[in-house]
Design a protein around this ligand. Structure first.
Ligand SMILES: [Zn+2]
Length: 491
């Protein structure tokens, strides 16, 4: 696990001036050129450019090694922007109301295999998806990829080729934590370098670990403020309880409802809704002032609020999931597949959560999987809100109110989200991680669940009331004739 720490630098006027006034502006200028070149390359070749030729002919006083460092930084920005976009693309497609299931599947193939900019001439290569789909995917790409990463406020990421971060050896540096040996960067001053002393950070010093060979000079308003140093730290692996398996359901009022009945995140959902209203108000105000066609992300106050909400959401989800983890130390977590639209929590909540929450939940769960070895099992969500986790009876009318579940067969009353949470392991045992696509898939799943209940005769066989409920339930229509006969037998 890599952790980053900020340190102050102890620089005299000349060094500070050199970095801020000479190197930094040129770094940004070259970065700007590279961003444009990479973007063009991406559109033309459907891939990221990894060749060094991309920076070779840029005219600059900076050395080739410096240019190489800048290029690596830009490449890193592109890679993370693309992987974020691909995650978002999947969400946009899966949550869309007006795409057919077939089209959703094809668009996901385009996304998975990076076919966004494939030409029509390449169709012979059997991509399995039509060129029309590729064109639609490209349209989505152009609308949602967002701006080319801006380099107005970028930091300087120093690669080991131009800067070495080491423990102090010279007497005059002994008071410092590290020293960065930075090459001058100027072609004319080949072979020269200067030292940047790094001040101790008592918090960071507590953690031992192998120092990463690259570090970052952080700028604010064009002034050098910190150096960010990262260390590879061996995580202390907590012992997982082999026999503890938990499941949670993402709910309407509470965020995580666990199978044992405990709930987390009531405040979170409340606050998130409150924030969302404020954001909508701000958006409306801006549209009123500047016209309805304005791009809200052009306004700093809008972006500031979005990033505040994002930060809040990220921190809360981290906190809540860490708390759950600490309490149970589970070896397995069951959770519904978050790529799908969950109609049970309502349209508005769905929108807020997909915008601000689901991505962090997925990321955090992936982190649990990677760092602690917890198995995350994803469940296909449809019918989890109508299915009784106690007896297996499924009925639209089982859910009386948003928050309340009452089984029409076994009469069990339970918080709806807790019932959803208890359903997850049952669905997992029955279907594994199979995804039932589209309305046809959902029907298939429903038929299987209904048949399971019918086959489990001991729960309903001699109960007139339940037989009547099944007769009133359209899901059981295949069995209605025999159920009516059964009812006559029982009366
Ligand atoms: Zn029941």
């Amino acid at each position: 696990m890599t952790k980053s720490y900020k340190h102050k630098l102890d620089l005299n006027k000349n060094k500070k001036k050199r970095i801020e006034d000479i190197i930094y502006p040129e770094w940004k200028r070259v970065a700007g050129i590279l961003i444009k070149r990479h973007m063009n390359y991406l559109y033309r070749n459907n891939d990221i450019c990894v060749s060094n030729d991309i920076y070779k002919n840029i005219d600059s006083f900076l050395t080739e090694r410096y240019k190489d460092s800048i290029n690596r930084q830009i490449l890193g920005m592109f890679r993370s922007k693309i992987s974020n976009f691909k995650r978002r693309f999947k969400q946009i497609v899966m949550h869309s109301d007006n795409l057919s299931d077939e089209l959703k599947k094809d668009l996901c193939i385009v996304n998975k295999r990076n076919l966004f900019f494939v030409n029509e001439d390449n169709k012979g290569k059997k991509y399995k998806v039509s060129f029309e789909v590729i064109k639609l995917a490209r349209w989505i790409f152009k609308h949602f990829f967002g701006r080319i990463p801006s380099c107005k406020h970028i930091d300087i990421v120093l690669q080991p080729k131009i800067a070495k971060i080491e423990n102090p050896v010279r007497l005059k540096h002994m008071a410092f934590k590290y020293v960065i040996k930075l090459s001058s960067g100027d072609k004319e001053k080949h072979g020269k370098f200067f030292y940047l002393p790094v001040v101790s950070n008592t918090y960071a010093d507590k953690f031992d670990g192998k120092l990463n060979s690259s570090c970052t000079l952080e700028f604010k308003d064009n002034k050098l403020v910190n150096v960010i140093v990262s260390k590879k730290i061996e995580p202390v692996k907590p012992k997982l309880n082999e026999d503890v398996k938990i499941s949670f359901d993402i709910g309407n009022v509470i965020l995580f409802a666990l199978g044992d009945g405990s709930c987390y995140g009531k405040k979170y959902m409340k606050l998130l809704k409150w924030w969302d209203e404020r954001l909508t108000q701000l958006g409306n105000k801006l549209k009123k002032e500047h016209g309805s066609k304005v791009k809200l992300t052009d306004y700093p106050e809008y972006n500031r609020m979005v990033s505040r909400i994002q930060n809040y959401s990220k921190n809360e989800i981290n906190r809540l999931l860490n708390k759950i983890f600490k309490r149970y130390n589970p070896s397995v977590i069951y959770v519904e597949n978050l790529d799908f639209k969950r109609s049970k929590i309502g349209k508005k909540n769905n929108r807020i959560l997909s915008r601000f929450g689901l991505g962090y939940i997925t990321k955090k769960l992936e982190q649990f999987e990677e760092e602690y070895g917890i198995l995350i099992k994803y469940i296909d969500p449809p019918y989890s809100s109508q299915f009784c986790s106690e007896c297996g009876y499924m009925d639209k009318k089982n859910r009386k109110k948003q928050a309340e579940f009452e089984c029409l067969a076994c009469k069990r009353k339970i918080n709806a989200d807790v019932n959803g949470s208890r359903t997850q392991p049952i669905f997992h045992e029955r279907f594994g991680e199979k995804v039932f696509y589209g309305s046809k898939g959902r029907r298939e799943k429903r038929t299987l669940l209904v048949k399971d209940y019918i086959d489990n005769q001991k729960v309903w066989k001699n109960d007139k009331r339940i037989v009547q409920a099944m007769i009133d339930n359209q899901y059981f229509s295949d069995y209605h004739p025999s159920l009516r006969e059964k009812l006559r037998e029982l009366s």
